[in-house]
Ligand binder design. Structure first.
Ligand SMILES: [Zn+2]
Length: 325
């Protein structure tokens, strides 16, 4: 059976047990959405109160030490199911329903070993997963770039086309870099080459980003957010598309091949200044991959109202980095 079918069935089974996941996926239908156009890029803002845990996550070493790891088998909830995925790289990963979803379905893909969040040892597995799961987009949040479990290696998987950047690639919004290749090994090499532009920043940032303070000097990988997906071979004649007039057309412009796609966002800041600002300026916005890719998530009403398109653009500019300049 195909991987997508297996994990989709797991998703249905878990929701049928009417536990935490059921409640939180039901709540997704209540999420308020604001559409924004930022320098021609179609971003969206989601007001999702259930995400407060992720937005406010304390990922200091002290806090991590105090909590049980929720990605290790001992830390999962009673109703939480697991599908073991064996990567051709020899690693095993646990695929589970994300109990605090942004999209539906939304999965976490965590290493079967409790090891720190670090991309390079798992990048090839990420691409294999994208290939085996072409229905989904896979993403990675760096340890200081939105990962709420920086002590346990994990990816996330959401339905394809959930992120505006997949279909409206633009470097304007967050300095994104797109890599496309037809085979896995050359794609892997090309992505690694881009990643090598990233540097581990000098000790202590001069911009006063408070959370970084203690751990900044100890950061072991450059700050980045990564998105990968696999585009299966197009059937001859291109993809059928519907024009706004309603008549079926064949798009012959669809590029053939280019199966592997990865977008890299380099990051300067973990959280924007407005996160630490006093009221009434405070905006509780903690950008991770989803935000860099065009979906802003806030968990309280005040932040939702304060985040205008201009503010969102400025915040993304503040946290994004451009390694080429
Ligand atoms: Zn763990």
């Amino acid at each position: 059976m195909k991987l997508f079918q297996l994990i989709n069935e797991m998703f249905s089974r878990e929701l049928a047990s009417h536990g935490r996941a059921f409640v939180n996926y039901q709540a997704l239908s209540q999420v308020e959405v604001k559409d924004m156009t930022i320098d021609g890029f179609p971003a969206k803002l989601f007001f999702n109160p259930a995400r407060v845990r992720s937005v406010m996550a304390d990922v200091s070493p002290e806090a991590l030490q105090k909590r049980a790891c929720f990605l290790c088998p001992d830390g999962v909830e009673e109703n939480q199911l697991t599908h073991n995925w064996e990567s051709p790289t020899g690693h095993t990963y646990y695929i589970r329903v994300n109990p605090f979803p942004i999209f539906s379905p939304h999965f976490t893909v965590s290493s079967s070993v409790h090891e720190r969040q670090e991309l390079l040892p798992h990048l090839e597995a990420m691409l294999h997963l994208a290939k085996e799961l072409p229905e989904m987009t896979i993403f990675y949040n760096g340890p200081m770039c939105g990962a709420s479990a920086p002590d346990h290696m994990h990816f996330q998987a959401v339905p394809r086309h959930s992120l505006p950047i997949e279909d409206h690639f633009s470097t304007n919004y967050a300095n994104a870099i797109l890599v496309q290749e037809t085979d896995l090994q050359s794609h892997l090499a090309a992505v690694k080459q881009v990643l090598s532009l990233g540097t581990i920043p000098e000790e202590a940032s001069q911009t006063g980003s408070l959370t970084i303070g203690a751990s900044h000097a100890e950061e072991y990988e450059p700050r980045w957010n990564i998105v990968s997906w696999y585009e299966p071979e197009q059937s001859t004649g291109g993809t059928p598309i519907y024009s706004p007039q309603g008549d079926l057309q064949r798009s012959d412009l669809q590029p053939a091949g280019r199966s592997y796609n990865t977008i890299i966002f380099f990051r300067r800041e973990s959280r924007p200044m407005c996160f630490f600002a006093p009221e009434p300026e405070r905006i509780l916005f903690s950008p991770a991959t989803v935000e860099m890719a065009g979906i802003g998530i806030v968990a309280n009403r005040e932040s939702f109202d304060r985040l205008t398109p201009a503010r969102l653009r400025d915040i993304i500019r503040e946290v994004a980095d451009n390694p080429c300049t």
